[in-house]
Design a protein around this ligand. Structure first.
Ligand code: ASP
Length: 346
């Protein structure tokens, strides 16, 4: 008996992948709706992997994606969940890891793959990585992997663990604090550590798209002072603060305006999360006095989360109206394998 042919929905959101290069200049222009269909017709192998349908949701540089587009994307996937075996999202690389984090948090109990891909060079140009990326992504979407992942340059990354690390290399993404979940070599290798659906017989994922946009992320640099006016303007205009401290989450404590900022924000019941400027390794606020001071103030540890999933988790926490007192617990419990469990303020 012949196996039933798998059906995959391609959802286009924009990015370099579908752009066309003007012949008289090297400027890349956004594609039109029909143009992407034509381009996909130039990757005929795709139709031998799966039966495809294409839906164009938007055509944005991914720098312009925000929680509203994440919601539309998640609802579009859930709305057509039963028609397809897997979903491939064509997305700009710049904020792909934020969108993959958001979709991982928005849709729980997946039973099918949701794969994001894109490219460093448009599909229509020489030496484009788009062709290989879309072939791998569609193939991945036919497999039994109930996760949101990013498929790029032969690697498969967990949606909540991945970071864009290069604007130049074809290998644009890395998962620093967690192994890749698979890779395409001569054969496809899949790690054994993939998600298992919690309720295997659910027909559709549970959808909760609430998230707010108005949080701020601040980077610490040596010797920096933050005036009271700036502190007041921050606390009067944002709902959450992320600080990228040094190393394991340390900030100046000697004549430090960071203490004043955290105190003032927490007084106003604005949650503050500590991230790190290091690409890899975890936030351990109890390791040094320069971290412990902030534990005592009530700052949340970003643990081993990627910066992208940490910021999106804060947006989700605020969007869901989680009580201020519950903030440490909310961050310590993994929602979608974004952190080691029980890690807040370790
Ligand atoms: N600026 C583009 C985007 O993120 C870059 C890309 O797709 O690689 O939409």
């Amino acid at each position: 008996m012949q196996n039933k042919r798998k059906k995959v929905l391609l959802l286009h959101t924009g990015g370099t992948f579908g752009m066309r290069v003007e012949s008289d200049s090297q400027e890349v222009k956004p594609t039109t709706a029909g143009y992407l269909g034509e381009l996909l017709a130039h990757v005929p192998e795709l139709t031998s992997i799966a039966e495809l349908d294409l839906q164009i949701l938007c055509n944005l540089d991914s720098s312009d994606m925000r929680s509203e587009q994440w919601r539309v994307l998640a609802e579009s996937i859930c709305g057509r969940w039963n028609e397809f075996d897997g979903f491939v999202i064509i997305h700009g690389t710049d904020t792909m890891a934020y969108t993959s984090s958001a979709l991982s948090f928005f849709m729980s109990n997946l039973t099918k793959p949701v794969v994001l891909t894109g490219s460093q060079r448009p599909l229509s140009v020489l030496r484009s990585d788009a062709r290989a990326n879309i072939i791998d992504a569609v193939e991945l979407a036919t497999l039994d992997i109930p996760e949101v992942c990013i498929c790029f340059d032969s690697e498969v990354h967990r949606g909540t663990r991945v970071t864009k690390f290069s604007s130049e290399h074809m290998q644009a993404f890395r998962s620093y604090n967690s192994p890749e979940i698979g890779n395409f070599g001569v054969h496809f290798h899949l790690s054994r550590d993939i998600a298992k659906p919690l309720v295997a017989n659910r027909v559709a994922p549970i959808l909760d798209c609430r998230a707010v946009d108005n949080i701020i992320a601040l980077d610490c640099i040596p010797g920096q002072t933050i005036s009271n006016e700036v502190i007041e303007s921050i606390v009067s205009s944002v709902r959450g603060v992320v600080i990228r401290g040094f190393g394991s989450g340390n900030l100046p404590i000697n004549k430090s305006s960071w203490i004043a900022l955290c105190q003032r924000a927490l007084e106003c019941r604005i949650p503050v999360v500590m991230a790190t400027q290091c690409g890899a390794g975890m936030v351990s606020l109890n390791a040094y006095e320069n971290g412990r001071v902030f534990v005592d103030l009530g700052v949340i540890s970003g643990s081993d989360m990627s910066f992208e999933s940490l910021t999106v988790k804060l947006m989700v926490m605020l969007g869901r109206g989680v009580a201020f007192e519950q903030r440490h617990q909310f961050f310590a419990e993994p929602m979608s394998m974004e952190c080691v469990s029980g890690s807040s303020n370790e």
